[in-house]
Design a binder for this molecule. Sequence first.
Ligand code: LLP
Length: 426
Amino acid sequence: MAKEDHLFFGGADVVELAERYGTPLYVTDENKLRANIRNYKRTFGKSRTGIDTDIFFAVKANGNLAILKVLASEGAGADVFSCGELQLVKLAGIPTEKILFNGNSKSEDDLREAVESGVKISVDSLGELRVLAAVTDELGKEAEIAMRVNPDVSPAVNPKIATGLKESKFGVPYHEIMSMCEEAVQYRNIALTGLHCHIGSQILKLDVFGEAAEKMMNLVEQLHERGIELEFVDLGGGLGIGYSEEDKKRLPTPDDLAAVILPVLVDRMKSLGLNLKLILEPGRSIVGTTTILLSRVNVVKPAHKNFVAIDAGFNLLIRPVMYDAYHEVVVANRQNERASTLYTVVGPVCESGDIIAKDRMLPEVKSGDLVAIKDVGAYGFSMSSQYNGRPRCAEVLVNDGAVDLIRSRESIDDLLRTQKVPERLV
Ligand code: LLP
């Protein structure tokens, strides 16, 4: 088979990658990753916008340590949602002042760890605020906090990934923010320095960001009138990427996001005589396009539909099943062949819903072919599981054709490692 027929990714021949590392295999292009974060940093650079902006990468999108190291080396901060993510970003070398600990259900231990680490904490409820105040007193250590606001805005996205609706579990109801802030500033060891919101994910129509920015600045103004001065506003993540041709047509960029939120922020800050920092928490738009998932075709089965059964299922990529998400699939060893046949690409998991791609035109597929599932860098590996007794797969990082293994393939021993059999059953 001619090499020209092979898909190249990050300068590497993916057919060779699959032979060398086995499948399934997550492959991330380091240059793309750096380009994406640099694009954000350039767009929101202070010299362009007049506003000091920090980019806190949303670690839930991708928690691979090597990838976090790359982002840290580009000056990214981090939005973390658990002590595990906190540990990862500390190991990646992200400084504590650039870490925000988020979460709607933090345990007292989570709060203790966050306070001891000296990171900022986004407080999601009055109950949490009170526990946190007690924890800071007990540790004798001050905590810098932001209030997580539920701004009640409604982006046009899958309801499972809209997070700022008033029905959503995240954040403090908008009308309760003022009284909660007034309580927060009474606590000896709590420093209220910011307001935080996150309205949803895979947002392609950006007007909602302007709406959220307005609502957040209304709160900043009300606090200012009460003599409570903040240092930052965090507008969360959410910028969508072009998964399908349809999405690509209306694909927004960080520049478009800037055009929607900056005028609001600049205007309002000017009229209030304030100079707040802006924090953004992109996840998907930093890592989504950087990664493909390589998977081998086990069998092709002409049945009611033409099924292509591959070795990766929703154990490794749950997005199609969970959100009806679209990911482009190509036959990576014969990518120049004409798409001639309608296929449904399914995984090996014992569930009818284990469908990766429905009704796609592909070149005629044979067992042993290699498929590449595109744009899986966000919420791909990070949402994987060992369901059906399947060890998780390996990940590699490619950089101009050079390849590094950044996560080993799990083994059957890894499935057994934490299991215990009571003596009486041995
Ligand atoms: N900040 C907060 C507080 C968040 O909850 C999230 C995502 C982000 C930032 C990053 O959002 P992004 O820029 O990635 O849209 N698993 C779903 C997405 C869940 C998003 C959860 N929160 C998916 O695969 O589509």
